[in-house]
Design a protein around this ligand. Structure first.
Ligand code: PLP
Length: 501
């Protein structure tokens, strides 16, 4: 097979035919729900045919050996022993398996970062509350700095949040609302050194990162195979380190094994949880084979190339820089970029209804983001289409030219101009940001406007126009005031945002 080059579109076009999307849909949300390519769908259909053609034979004689074989393949893929892994329907179920048996008492703490998935928090809240145990949160520095400085800042924040009462640290390998790859091995080591167990919420890392669970040093790992691995919906796994096997209690109790066999270990209990369709589990090897045939490294390089392309284009559009370094150790096949404040649901819905684009608009910590997932079927043309559509939505929702009043702090608005149109003579920036700070003695007395302008200039490395520039026709004043300057306005909340940036 010839090597496919990450940046050559034609090298990937044959794979697109393996996915069948509804006409008119641009699918940029593999990170939430990852559809399977045709060979995986066929593998699942074949398992279902076998099941339907003689359910008795299938469940009683075929299911267990097929389950063990599929699990063996998955275990080799994630580098652990099969005895440490059980198939479950999804990462959520896996997290419930961990939580259900976890030894917690009143006063104990379960630590999270502030980037965790909401449903996972719900799982632990339900476990903690009746016991009098607590949820604690490590607030990580944001944005993330490059290299070791960025990693150390995360480790410091977590280290400071661990107390003598911390029993478990739960963190995402790759975060859902922000798409950041966390330094998992370093975090595991830190927690181990502090005597705290670790549970990694890993659905976004399976396939997008090479996983070696035994070497990683975690106590528990949960993942969905129906995200990036593109196995059928309803396939996931939970990993438990051998030292905790005896504690695990299945959230659902049934026979465990096909009678007359009886369950003898934690994974047995999860094999038979009542009658259900096991075809998603049994098709996981087909999903591994599919990506293996492309080459896992080629797959990662290509999808990162696309995510990086999306990152650059969205940054150019919004003028808001990404908050992770431009480095594959910090983000992989999925990228999240900040947007101006606004109605997230309306934007997500409009992208879908007017442009056929499926991608999440995420609210996180009082900020708004767009998250773009890239898989083998994604093209740069689709990303271009997405960015153009996004531009249309953003420009229209932020009414051009008419300055908005901002109630409480109506002395200020923030406007952005594309430098293509503004053409500042000596400036070489992609974008130019301008703050119009209206005369307001109270605001000036507080130095609020200057603080904002300075903070923004420093952090964005962009030129900030002052009121004096704007007032002076000799500089940019006439141009700025002219009617044809497009502008996108940001609410005062966005200004607050920039100060704390
Ligand atoms: C970080 C994270 N954890 C857990 C989940 C839950 O995955 P599932 O719905 O497949 O159980 C998700 C889903 O998007 C996620 O992003």
């Amino acid at each position: 097979m010839t090597t496919r080059r990450a940046d050559r579109e034609s090298d990937w076009s044959d794979l697109r035919a393996d996915w069948e999307f509804r006409p008119g849909v641009t699918y940029l949300n593999h990170g939430s729900f990852g559809p399977s390519p045709a060979p995986v769908c066929e593998a699942q259909a074949e398992w279902q045919r076998r099941l339907q053609s003689n359910p008795m034979d299938f469940y009683v004689r075929e299911y267990e050996p097929a389950y063990f074989a599929a699990r063996e393949r998955l275990a080799a893929f994630v580098r652990t022993a099969a005895a440490n892994l059980a198939f479950v329907e999804n990462a959520t179920y896996g997290m419930n398996v961990v939580a259900n048996g976890f030894p917690l008492a009143a006063g104990d703490e379960v630590l999270f970062t502030d980037h965790e998935y909401g449903a996972v928090l719900r799982v632990w809240r339900r476990i903690c509350e009746p016991l009098g145990a607590k949820i604690a949160t490590a607030t990580l520095p944001f944005p993330f700095a490059e290299g070791k400085t960025g990693v150390d800042a995360i480790l410091d924040a977590v280290d400071r949040a661990i107390t003598p009462r911390t029993k478990l640290f739960v963190f995402s390998h790759i975060t859902s609302p922000t798409a950041v790859i966390f330094p998992a091995a370093e975090l595991c080591k830190l927690a181990r050194d502090r005597g705290v167990r670790v549970c990694i919420d890993g659905p976004h890392a399976l396939a997008t990162l090479p996983l070696a669970l035994d070497a990683l040093g975690c106590d528990y790992y949960t993942a969905s195979c129906h995200k990036w691995l593109s196995a059928p919906f309803g396939s996931g796994f939970v990993y438990v380190h051998p030292r905790h096997h005896a504690e695990i209690k299945p959230p659902v109790l049934s026979w465990g094994r096909i009678q007359p066999a009886v369950p003898t270990c934690w994974t047995d209990e999860l094999m038979w949880q009542g009658t259900r369709d096991p075809s998603p589990y049994l098709s996981v090897p087909a999903a591994i084979d599919y990506l293996d045939a492309v080459g896992f490294e080629a797959y990662r390089e290509r999808t990162h190339y696309l995510a990086r392309y999306a990152r650059q284009r969205i940054e150019q559009l919004t003028g808001k820089p990404a908050y992770v370094p431009d480095d594959p150790t910090w983000y992989g096949s999925m990228i999240c970029l900040p947007l101006a404040h606004g109605d997230s649901r309306a934007l997500q819905q409009r992208l879908r209804s007017e442009f056929g684009i499926e991608t999440p608009i995420v609210d996180w910590n009082g900020r708004r983001f767009v998250r773009v997932s890239c898989h083998l079927y994604t093209t740069t043309a689709e990303i271009d289409f997405f960015v153009e559509s996004l531009e249309q939505c953003l420009c229209e929702t932020n009414s051009p030219r008419v300055p908005r009043k901002f109630g409480l702090k109506d002395y200020m608005y923030v406007a952005w101009f594309r430098d293509k149109q503004l053409k500042p003579d000596e400036e070489a920036y992609d974008w130019v940001a301008m703050f119009l700070i209206a005369a307001n003695s109270a605001a000036d007395a507080k130095g609020w406007g200057d603080r904002l302008a300075n903070s923004f200039a420093e952090r964005s490395h962009r030129h900030v126009f002052r009121q004096s520039d704007i007032d002076s026709p000799a500089k940019y004043g006439d141009y700025i005031r002219s009617e044809n300057v497009p502008r996108v306005e940001y609410g005062v909340e966005a200004a607050d945002d920039l100060i704390g940036w």
